[in-house]
Design a protein around this ligand. Structure first.
Ligand SMILES: C[S@@+](CC[C@H](N)C(=O)[O-])C[C@H]1O[C@@H](n2cnc3c(N)ncnc32)[C@H](O)[C@@H]1O
Length: 236
């Protein structure tokens, strides 16, 4: 039996429109879903300073001090590493951890060129940090957290390796791996981190957190930890 239809048949979209739609869907899937590490072949772009994530702002939020031991997650070619490490002085140490050996090699090459002997590279996945509990005075990751699958795990690992009173700085920029500030704040809350400073709008920000355990009795506050360290003349 034939069904009788009275309406007009829907127009068939032209082939180019179908192709454009499929292309847009694929591009969106890539933009939103791709979690591959930043390609080493495009490393030249990593040296371009990003608006709002300037060296001055980084210093103001991270507040690196002589004698501190700090961990950088996802250093890329070392834009931040080469700026932070000298501020830790000869008694301090910057550990850089990246999943790509080429990136670490590049950082170390540049460190040697600059006469910096206090940077230690480790190739590993930031979701399982190969360091003991309470190792670092500070941990930071700039435009790296959003690139790593399971950023919640990375935050929990950062909390684990931070010494009491330690600080975590996250920098994010509006690219395809960007974590909007609101999302980071929720992830940080869930990981037991408390926001202490934020600079820049959500598309390009630096935010500092400290583990909530720093408020618990028996733990030093961030300020106290620093003043102790100053009077102790630095900590290796
Ligand atoms: C966009 S680059 C950022 C580089 C640098 N922080 C900067 O601002 O120039 C992200 C870095 O995170 C690293 N990365 C990606 N996934 C990682 C993972 N699971 N564990 C550790 N590092 C990772 C990449 O290899 C890359 O060096």
């Amino acid at each position: 039996m034939h069904r009788i239809t009275t309406g007009r048949a829907a127009p068939i979209p032209p082939r180019w429109a179908v192709a454009a739609g499929v292309g847009a869907a694929l591009a969106a899937a890539w933009w939103l879903g791709d979690k591959a590490p930043y390609p080493y072949a495009q490393r030249g772009l990593l040296d371009v300073p990003l608006p709002f994530l300037t060296a001055d702002r980084m210093d103001a939020v991270l507040q690196p001090r002589p004698g501190e031991r700090i961990l950088e997650i996802g250093p890329g070619t070392g834009l931040q590493s080469l700026h932070v490490a000298p501020q830790l002085g000869p008694a301090g140490r910057l550990d850089v951890l990246d999943i790509q050996q080429e990136m670490l090699d590049q950082v170390m090459c540049r460190a040697e060129r600059d006469g910096l002997a206090t940077i230690r590279p480790t190739r590993s996945d930031a979701r399982e940090l190969p360091y003991a509990d309470e190792t670092f005075d500070a941990v930071y990751a700039v435009t790296a957290l959003g690139e790593i699958p399971e950023p919640d795990r990375v935050l929990r690992e950062a909390v684990r390796v931070l010494a009491p009173g330690g600080r975590l700085v996250i920098g994010e920029f509006f690219d395809r791996h960007w974590i909007p500030f609101g999302r980071l704040h929720r992830l940080a809350d869930a990981a037991g981190l408390h926001l202490t400073e934020r600079r820049g709008p959500s598309p390009a920000y630096l935010a500092r957190f400290r583990p909530c355990t720093a408020d618990a009795p028996g733990h030093q506050s961030e300020r106290l930890a620093h003043s102790d360290r100053d009077t102790n003349g630095g900590k290796a």
